[in-house]
Ligand binder design. Structure first.
Ligand code: DLL
Length: 445
């Protein structure tokens, strides 16, 4: 780690909003219930889509008497947002909306979200919380390398970091060499980006003859895509920084839904604003703490576009155990992927994150890979292209074959199916400036 002294940080103020972040569970749950009841009444009376859906299952706002009663309410999905495109789920007149964001999505129409002035204030505070809990402070110079625009990542982190008093540099994504020069000239101490872009930036710095570790970066605020612990190790090795994870999605707000504290043992959820559940993605039955399933979120305070039981498609689990940091919120594990990212190959469920963990755990492979799924007749096949590191790169076919066999064996013990592994030259796989797209499923093309 560079100049950061996290022990000193933890001795000073280390919780942004003690009142809410350290609330006793009883008080927090009472607050959640009060907010849930208000929210349910508001959407029932103010958003025709919710009235219709509640009426269909015969539930009225007065039926919500406890937090457990949330299970009486119908779920909301991305399709509901699309069906009401663009503003059909807004709960306030448009003149009260002061910002609109949208998430592009890979298929179909984008999903649009609107914020009132108070929503923006809440968002700013919640991002300040997660940035502060990850160790960002007012003396940090933070480079924001998320793309500015309809994506919530850049503007979300921007205002939250300004709120804690950090010096924000809104570089946006792309133009990677310039990013490195700015980091060098400005002495950037914290970086906001996707983990995959941070890795790419590290490579670019090396290529430019500027070793990433020679720069002043001490903290990485990474998020917006699933990434493994092995990827965290890679990033810390590359930059010599403290790499932290934070999570969110535009449909419920953007970044700021949850984030790691200095313990980096799962992500604290802003439960005073979001009520979370885990459900079985197939049966939609609620699952207990500790069980992996789909995260479902209900916004408790959002004015512009509240969502009730939004199915995030993200796979995670919840942990109610107290954290040594003193925050009282439930924590969620790093999402291992999305239900719609899960590949079913010859009947076996495979998550790209499992493949990433194997590849990044081996010294012969660089953290750049692509997963290609094809089907011939009725048979699926899984092909993995992965870069070999400079150190192991050779033109001796036999040596490469030996490495391929080693990777194949590791993968088959983790995935229980065989994958075809192809080692490719360093720097030959596509790099990403935003969220990485590593899976090409040719079966659906
Ligand atoms: O990615 C919001 C965000 C921006 C979060 C910046 C953190 C930092 P969307 O573009 O709507 O919003 O994408 C949301 O990205 O449902 C997850 O599948 C994935 N995702 C976001 N953060 C993480 C994370 C933003 N830390 C979708 N780990 C979500 C794993 C993540 N997946």
């Amino acid at each position: 780690m560079n100049s950061v002294n996290f022990q000193t940080i933890s001795k000073g103020k280390h919780i942004w909003d003690k009142y809410y972040e350290m609330m006793t569970r009883n008080k927090l749950e009472a607050l959640q219930l009060e907010r849930l009841q208000t929210m349910v009444k508001k959407v029932y009376e103010g958003v025709p889509h919710y009235k219709k859906k509640f009426d269909e299952v015969g539930v009225k706002p007065a039926d919500i008497k406890s937090l457990g009663d949330i299970s009486k309410l119908p779920f909301t999905s991305k399709e509901d947002l699309r069906d009401n495109y663009p503003f059909g789920l807004f709960a306030v007149p448009q003149k009260k909306i002061v910002r609109v964001h949208a998430s592009s999505g890979t298929t179909g129409k984008s999903t649009v979200v609107g914020y009132t002035r108070r929503d923006l204030e809440t968002w700013t505070e919640l991002v300040a919380r997660i940035a502060f809990s990850a160790g960002a402070r007012d003396d940090d110079l933070v480079q924001i390398s998320f793309g500015y625009g309809l994506f919530t990542g850049a503007l979300g982190l921007h205002y939250g970091l300004e709120r804690i008093g950090a010096s924000v540099v809104p570089v946006s994504s792309g133009n990677t060499e310039r990013q490195i020069l700015l980091m060098k000239d400005f002495g950037t101490s914290a970086l906001v980006s996707t983990p995959s872009y941070a890795l790419y930036m590290g490579e670019a710095a090396n290529r430019m003859g500027i070793p990433p570790k020679s720069l002043n970066l001490r903290l990485g605020l990474f998020g917006s895509e699933a990434w493994s612990e092995e990827m965290r190790n890679e990033l810390e090795k590359c930059w010599g920084c403290f790499a932290t994870d934070n999570y969110g999605l535009s449909e419920v707000m953007g970044p700021g839904v949850s984030g790691e504290c200095l313990e980096r043992d799962e992500m604290h959820i802003a439960e005073d604003h979001f009520l979370v559940e885990i459900v079985d993605p197939d049966t939609l039955e609620p699952l207990d703490y500790g069980s992996e399933g789909e995260l479902v979120i209900t916004t408790l305070t959002r004015e512009g576009m509240p969502v009730i039981r939004y199915r995030t498609k993200d796979i995670t689990s919840l942990n109610p155990e107290p954290c040594p940091c003193g925050r009282t919120s439930i924590r969620m594990t790093k999402p291992s992927g999305r239900t719609d990212d899960m590949l079913i190959i010859r009947g076996v469920n495979v998550f790209p994150s499992q493949i990433e963990s194997v590849l990044m755990g081996l010294k012969e492979t660089a953290p750049h890979y692509q997963i290609i799924v094809t089907r011939e007749g009725y048979l699926d096949s899984l092909e993995i292209h992965v870069e070999v590191t400079e150190d192991f790169f050779t033109d001796r076919f036999k040596d490469l074959e030996k490495i391929e066999r080693k990777i194949q064996a590791h993968l088959s013990s983790v995935l229980s199916i065989n994958a075809d592994v192809r080692l490719v030259e360093p720097n030959s796989i596509q790099r990403f400036e935003g969220k990485a797209k590593r899976v090409i499923d040719k079966r659906s093309i």
